[in-house]
Design a protein around this ligand. Sequence first.
Ligand code: FES
Length: 101
Amino acid sequence: MRIEVCVGSNCTMMGADAIIVSLENLKETILEKNGIRPDFSLEIEIVRCLGECKNKQSVSPVVIIDGVVHHNASREEIMSVILDAAFECHDHQFETLKDNN
Ligand code: FES
């Protein structure tokens, strides 16, 4: 799974840094969890302004997950998308991981 987090000025002002911190914490711990898909991987890329904020208002922060653009991305939304993809069972450990991030 490839996550691109925009750290352009608009996205940074709207909380991109907090998303990055949560992603890095998740990346350190997620592969040790029971029930993780064996083929799951997490690649985090920090990118400069993706141009989304130039064309539309109030879209920051912007995160792209496997090519899908998420506007107004929240930490909870991004973690949920990742965990849904990472675990074979949807009764995953989101609450536990969320509390740790
Ligand atoms: S600063 Fe993130 S899309 Fe422009």
